[in-house]
Ligand binder design. Structure first.
Ligand code: ADP
Length: 408
């Protein structure tokens, strides 16, 4: 089946065309600045290795979808003759609240529930709804499937997802832990179970999705027991520009002393903290690693080190805590931009963890700075296996979509 995977953001729309029999991505691209000046589509035809970028007006997501279909069916840069060769569309949806615990076929009833998720992720949900509408207008009648970033985390027990606030706020606003990056945690934990060669029901895995946004999950028997992101993706470990877990009293303290509004405080925690806030110069781990590699003569050395050490300390704590709630640990997985491309961070996390059964293989880790295939970085015989597994959320979306559409 050819599945068009769509990831609609507020002013962008990313897409991939994936054949689910061969799992080959034949084309992918992105529409940018939708609804604004200077909008463009960048399209890559991967079978012939062609890349084109074209400026084109896009007043909304429907106009963007039309350009995507034009590119996919173009004689020169396309990969299909017409839209009939696309069997279904799979959408990445950031937040499904407590309404969705698995991927689902889009219907009016489903859309009505998705509307309610606006409360949790307003910008993203509005963008997804526009993406879905765009597909309805461009490809009427084509089945659409929604795949939620939160769905995999719906297996958490109440003690893991409840916050110890007055109960009424759970009932009134749905305030609880939802988690994020669930599609990625699901993919890499299933891959890890395959690598371990055990039935997934018998596995205890900590998955570390470390990128610009980062989350860590405890996956026992293929089900999430706990995850580091919370009511929003601001919680958990330190991130590129997000602070992660802090003492909640700091929020009101800074607001009072700096005279900040709620919007300003929200911006401070989401956009000005994390690597950027601590280092004072960059949110990108590559820049921090360069400053660290330059040594103490680099003016950014000390704070770059501090920023990275805060993250590695945080990841270590989650691994220990999650091993404890799972009553054991078979494997630790690193994935996403930093997890797949930063051997220094992986080493800092995994060193001095022998007590937990992690025997880190520094040579294997150093030999794999950028990982594009499953790579072991623990020693043979290590009680806990440590792997770097490249994530592939689009493939999960395509697989789920094909499975749901095949069963219709
Ligand atoms: P997002 O959460 O936005 O999807 P990513 O998973 O792409 O982010 O992660 C972005 C982070 O990963 C950045 O800090 C960046 O430095 C790092 N990263 C991504 N690709 C590479 C690479 N090829 N080499 C080194 N670091 C990388």
């Amino acid at each position: 089946m050819n599945i068009l995977v769509v990831n609609a953001g507020s002013s962008s729309l990313k897409y991939q065309l994936i054949n689910t029999e061969t799992e080959v991505v034949s084309a992918k691209g992105v529409c940018e600045r939708i609804g604004g000046e200077g909008s463009s589509i960048t399209h890559k035809q991967l079978l012939k290795d062609i890349k084109v970028k074209k400026e084109a007006p896009m007043k909304d997501h429907s106009a963007a979808m039309k350009l995507v279909v034009d590119a996919l069916t173009d004689k020169e840069i396309g990969v299909i003759a017409d839209m009939n060769e696309i069997q279904a569309i799979g959408h990445r949806v950031v937040h499904g609240g407590a309404y969705f615990s698995e991927s689902i076929l889009m219907t009016d009833e489903v859309l009505a529930k998705l509307e309610k998720c606006k409360a949790f992720a307003p910008l993203h949900t509005v963008a997804h709804l526009m993406g879905i509408k765009g597909c309805l207008e461009t490809m009427p009648g084509k089945p659409q499937v929604l795949v939620f970033d939160t769905a995999f985390h719906q297996t958490m027990a109440p003690e893991a997802y409840f916050y110890p606030l007055p109960y009424e706020y759970y009932e009134k606003y749905g305030i609880r832990r939802y988690g994020a990056h669930g599609t990625s945690h699901r993919f890499v934990s299933a891959e890890m179970a395959k690598v371990l060669g055990k039935p997934i029901e018998e596995t205890k895995i900590v998955t570390c999705h470390i990128g610009n946004g980062s989350s860590i999950s405890a996956v026992k028997g293929g089900k999430v027991m706990d995850t580091s992101m919370g009511f929003t993706p601001l919680a958990g470990v330190e991130m590129g520009t997000r602070c992660g877990d802090i003492d909640p009293a700091i929020v009101t303290y800074i607001m009072e002393n700096e005279g900040l509004t709620t919007a300003e405080m929200d911006n401070l925690m989401n956009k000005k903290s994390g690597f950027l806030g601590v280092s004072g110069f960059s949110s990108d781990s590559r820049d921090l690693e360069d400053a660290i590699a330059n040594g103490p003569s680099d003016p950014n050395y000390e704070r770059a080190n501090l920023a990275v050490n805060i993250l590695t300390h945080g990841i270590k704590k989650y691994i220990g805590a999650y091993a404890s709630i799972m009553n054991g640990l078979d494997a630790v997985v690193f994935t996403a931009g930093i997890g797949e491309n930063n051997p220094h961070l992986r080493e800092l996390v995994c060193e001095n963890m022998e007590f937990l059964g992690i025997e880190f293989d520094k040579a294997a880790n150093d030999a794999a700075p950028h990982v594009s295939e499953n790579t072991k970085i623990s020693k043979d015989g290590s009680k806990v296996a440590v792997y770097v597994l490249p994530t592939n959320e689009e493939l999960v979306i395509a697989r789920d979509t094909a499975a749901i559409v095949s069963a219709l």
